[in-house]
Write a protein that binds this ligand. Sequence first.
Ligand code: CA
Ligand code: CA
Length: 392
Amino acid sequence: MASSGTWTSSNVTGTNTNLTSLSPNSTYNVRVQTVCNSSSSSFSPIVNFTTLNQSGTCNVPGGLNATNITSTQAQISWSAVSGAISYILEYKVSASSIWLPVNVTGTTHTLSTLIPNSTYNYRVKTICSSNSSAFSPTSNFTTEEEQSGSGYCSSSGQNASLEWISRVAVGTINRTSGSDGGYFDATFMSSGVPRGRSQTLIHRAGYSGENRMLYWRMWIDLNQDGDFNDSGELLVSRSSNSSNDQYVSYLIPHSATLGSTRMRIQAKYNAYGDPCETFANGEVEDYTINITDLYGLPAEGEGQELNIINEIKMFPNPVGDDLNITFQAAQYLDLNIQIIDMFGRVLKEEEYHAQEGDNRFAIPVSELISGPYILILKNGNLIKNYRFIKSE
Ligand SMILES: [Ca+2]
Ligand SMILES: [Ca+2]
């Protein structure tokens, strides 16, 4: 040690050696002498080195700051630490538990390919020559909303491996899928949907493990202004932990703007989400809806009457489990019986062989969700149709 008057000597056979058990934060002098068989050289000139601060004091970085934040980037900086060789910057989406490390030699780093409109956590620790500091306290920043593209905000699940959207059916759209990694842009799929008539959304969840509770929401940009924030644009909001098809009624109001617009289906684990939210677990899928005034169904009593059946009674109405139908037939005939929803989608179809005289049969409807339906009795092009309500 430079402050000591005593040299410590060490016999070395090679040309290097490790000095151990040194005192921290101390300056040492070093000199080397060659030892031969019969004599020794004089000592070399003295060189100095200084040990680092007390073992374990590789200081935690301070002054963390996030600047130049865009929808996908943020510049992170912090104050330099004495003795630092490099730093480990870690960051993650706040909803995630997995930190992503970056080794940084300076005191600033720009994170890129971030998710828009998301809150991130970050922290930094110092790497010194022989040890490293603890991580700094966690700081946060939030990326901006996405600026480009469709104009619609983004929404996605960070993890869609446990639960995801496995089916969406609206009008003529019927997409089955596995996990799409948290978001799928299905806006290339489009269906006309009439306003002013009750419609059915079919949604289904996929699960890799237990059936956890998903909070489903459906938005349609009814006024086509590029967002889902206007009154009435949240059309479905319901929770389910079923992996079966779920039938949900919704209604496009007469005030909706006619034409193509965006529909967003969101299935978020554990809580309802916002239309622009990035969340931990679940999935989001976007579709195109063409809002129309076309009904596509014969009004009640229209069309060619099926006059060989009479005195038709349908009960109870509203119906719970079984819809009973009685009628009188003038002759034997085959009837095709359908139950359709208000979009015209056939949900049940049966063949019934009517006898001459009194006929009675029942159609189980317990699996239908509550709402209005149409019973259709057909024989060739002859048709009778009746409305009924499925109760809770
Ligand atoms: Ca999917
Ligand atoms: Ca809107």
